[in-house]
Every structure is written in structure tokens, then in C-alpha cells.
Ligand binder design. Structure first.
Ligand SMILES: NC(=O)c1ccc[n+]([C@@H]2O[C@H](COP(=O)([O-])OP(=O)(O)OC[C@H]3O[C@@H](n4cnc5c(N)ncnc54)[C@H](O)[C@@H]3O)[C@@H](O)[C@H]2O)c1
Length: 368
């Protein structure tokens, strides 16, 4: 029975991976995370072994990885609110530590699936040449040809992207020089339930002063539950694409089922059809909240502009537009994302209102 080592199994992507793979009797999974808070439902499953705590201090980690057929490395600090205030920790957890895992996989002949990020593309050519109105060739991002354009060192924000980029280069070098089998995944903004944490509403993986603010989906969800204004950094003008986390997990399944197609490659995973500005996403989330609660007053919640300097502090920068090309995943894996953004947000907000709001919701449909 194929055996998966899942590092960071208790996070957003890891928890959805367990949901999908523990219903399939063909896999056994050994997982590590600081906390099982999001995966309690899977503890005790006969095909799942969980190790709480810091995975890098786990005794015999390399021997444990050596027993696996594939190592999936998710563990990281990957929250924009942290990039410019905890640069040392961000670089440690996105390069220095996962580099040790890559070394172990190279030594033990294990296939490493390393999660990177779409942030490695940095500010993109369109950012410098006409913003969102630039030709598509300047913001469509291809794994093989697009440049990776990071800002200056003084913009600490790029600490995360730079650490992930160096990790990608290190993994590719281990492949060339030591025969490591690898797959690198560049996620373009996965969405789904259990993303980060809702401030003040549930326990967090790390102490609050360490974890900081959640990513944008959880920030907006928390604001809707609190009926407080939705905060738009610099007016929320940047555009992003969004992919249902379940469809990302489906791509992972296809990789595991077709290793010959997946090994020694880099894949963008995203949904080009789900592009929207962050302001547009805030507006859509107000509409979806009104729809799932039957309460039109959600449409009136204010959207408040806050300068990035005030929200994130010194050293923040952003990219105006990042659009994944996904031809490689489509051609090699037969993977095509289908779920629309509104339907994904509906699932997230139905779950949030059912779990956290005291008032009853009008309709409950988990279908798009
Ligand atoms: N979710 C996205 O849209 C997205 C976008 C870009 C990149 N990624 C990448 O995908 C990976 C997973 O992302 P996610 O959204 O699931 O993040 P997440 O923060 O929800 O999950 C990461 C998990 O790793 C755990 N972890 C970190 N360091 C650890 C350590 N030393 N020991 C034990 N556990 C540790 C955390 O507790 C957390 O549960 C990350 O590498 C991230 O950079 C995700």
C-alpha cells in the first residue's frame, strides 16, 4: 500500500488532503504538524498516523521519511502579514528547514512533492509596464518561460517569495546533481474551509502575536461574521485568481497516480477563469453572505481603504496581476479546474455562518 509522508498535515491544504485521501483505502499517511486542531476528525483513522509538535525536532524523522513512497512538504509560514515583520522566521521555514527535508529525500531516494508559491513570479512584467492593462503575455505566467521578478531587499515582503524561489532552485539542483525525484507546485490562491483562522473565534495554530493576521479570505469572513467593515489594502485594486482547494487536491491525486507525468516538473495550480480584484472579491463575499443568511443588510457593510503601510507596516509591496497558465497540468495530468468563485465562496461562508454565527441561515446548499 503506497505510503505518504505529509509534513504540515494539520494546515489548510493538509486537512483537505486528508479528507480526500483517507476515504480511499489505497493510501496510508504519516503526518506531522504543530497541532491537530483542524484534523481531529481523522485522528484514530487506521490508515493515518499523526505526530504533534515541531516536525524538525521529531526523533528519527529521516528514517520515518525513508519508509514513505512520497514526501509531501507543506509546512511553512505562509501568511503575508508575517513576511515583512518576521523575515528571519519566514526564510527559516520556507528555505532553511524544508531544504533539510529535500536533502533527506535525496539521500534516501524519495520522491519529494514540494509546495512552493505563485509569489515566486514576484511583481510580474505587467506591474512595470502598464499594470493590469498590459498585454496578457506580461501577466500570464508560465512555469518554463516567465521571469521571477522580486523587489529590493528593503521590501521585506519578498522574503517569502525569495526563500521559496531559492528552495525551488535547490531542489532542482539536487535533482540534477544527486538524482532527487521532485515535483514543485506553485499554488495560485487556493480557497476553501479551514483556511487560517478567524481572529477571536477559534484557536490558532501558533500564539496570536506570532501568527498575526490571517490571509484575505479569513479576514473578510471574520469581518462579515462580526458585521464590521471589510478592510481593503490600498483600495483592493490588485487582481488574483482563485482555485477551490478540493480541485488542487485532485491535481495532487493525479500526480500521485501518474508519477511518470509528474516527476521532475514544476506545476502552476490555479484557475484562470476565477480572476477578480480584491475589492471585487469583498463585494462578492457581501453578496454571498446576504444570500446564505437571507439578510440583505450584509450588502451595506462598508468597504474601508487602508494604506498598505498602515496595514502591513514598513517593507510591504505587491504585484498587480498574476494569471497562471495551466497548460502543463492540463496536458500531462488531464487536470482542469471547473468550480466558479461564487460557488467556492458560498461553501466557505455557509460553513462559517453555520459554525460561528448565532443567527440561523436561510438556505444551506453545498452545491454551486
Ligand atoms: N493556500 C494557498 O493558497 C497557498 C498559496 C501559496 C503557497 N502555498 C504553500 O502551500 C503550503 C501549505 O499552505 P497552507 O495554506 O496549507 O498553509 P497552512 O499554514 O494552513 O499550513 C501549514 C502547516 O504547517 C505547519 N507547520 C509549519 N511549520 C511546522 C513545523 N516546524 N512543524 C510542524 N508543523 C509545522 C503549520 O502548523 C500549519 O498547520 C505552504 O508551503 C505554502 O507556502 C499555499
Amino acid at each position: 500500500m503506497p505510503r505518504i509522508a505529509l509534513l504540515g498535515c494539520g494546515g489548510f491544504i493538509g486537512s483537505h488532503f486528508l479528507d480526500a485521501f483517507l476515504t480511499d483505502p489505497s493510501w496510508t499517511i504519516e503526518g506531522w504538524d504543530w497541532t491537530p486542531a483542524k484534523i481531529k476528525q481523522h485522528l484514530g483513522h487506521p490508515a493515518f498516523t499523526f505526530h504533534p509538535g515541531d516536525l524538525y525536532t521529531f526523533p528519527g524523522l529521516e528514517d520515518a521519511l525513508a519508509k514513505a513512497d512520497v514526501v509531501i512538504s507543506l509546512a511553512a509560514i505562509c501568511n503575508p502579514s508575517q513576511y515583512n515583520v518576521r523575515g528571519v522566521d519566514v526564510i527559516e521555514s520556507n528555505f532553511i528547514q524544508p531544504r533539510l527535508i529535500a536533502d533527506m529525500c535525496a539521500r534516501r531516494g524519495k520522491w519529494l512533492i514540494q509546495f512552493s508559491t505563485s509569489e515566486v513570479y514576484g511583481q510580474t512584467l505587467s506591474h512595470w509596464t502598464g499594470g493590469g492593462e498590459a498585454p496578457a503575455s506580461l501577466y500570464e505566467l508560465d512555469e518554463e518561460t516567465s521571469p521571477l521578478l522580486l523587489g529590493p531587499v528593503s521590501a521585506q515582503r519578498w522574503s517569502y517569495a525569495c526563500a521559496k524561489q531559492l528552495l525551488e532552485r535547490y531542489v532542482a539542483a539536487l535533482h540534477r546533481e544527486q538524482g532527487l525525484a521532485y515535483t514543485i507546485i506553485r499554488p495560485f490562491n487556493f480557497l476553501g474551509t479551514r483556511m487560517d483562522f478567524l481572529p477571536g473565534r477559534q484557536g490558532v495554530a501558533l500564539p496570536r502575536e506570532v501568527e498575526g493576521l490571517p490571509r484575505v479570505l479569513a479576514c473578510f469572513t471574520g469581518a462579515l461574521l462580526d458585521r464590521s467593515p471589510l478592510t481593503l489594502v490600498d483600495g483592493g485594486h490588485v487582481r488574483r485568481t482563485f482555485l477551490a482547494v478540493e480541485e488542487a487536491v485532485e491535481a495532487l491525486r493525479l500526480m500521485l497516480e501518474r508519477p511518470g507525468m509528474a516527476k521532475n516538473k514544476i506545476f502552476n495550480l490555479g484557475h484562470p477563469g476565477n480572476e477578480i480584484t480584491i475589492r471585487g472579491m469583498a463585494e462578492m463575499m457581501r453578496e454571498v453572505a446576504a444570500d446564505v443568511t437571507g439578510d440583505e443588510s450584509y450588502l451595506e457593510l462598508p468597504l474601508v481603504d487602508v494604506p498598505a503601510l498602515e496595514f502591513y507596516g514598513e517593507g510591504y509591496a505587491d504585484s498587480d496581476r498574476r494569471m497562471p497558465r495551466i497548460d502543463k497540468a492540463a496536458n500531462l495530468l488531464g487536470w482542469t479546474p471547473r468550480r466558479g468563485l461564487r460557488g467556492i465562496l458560498r461553501v466557505v461562508l455557509e460553513d462559517a455562518f453555520q459554525t460561528h454565527a448565532s443567527r440561523p441561515i436561510a438556505t444551506v446548499s453545498l452545491q454551486e
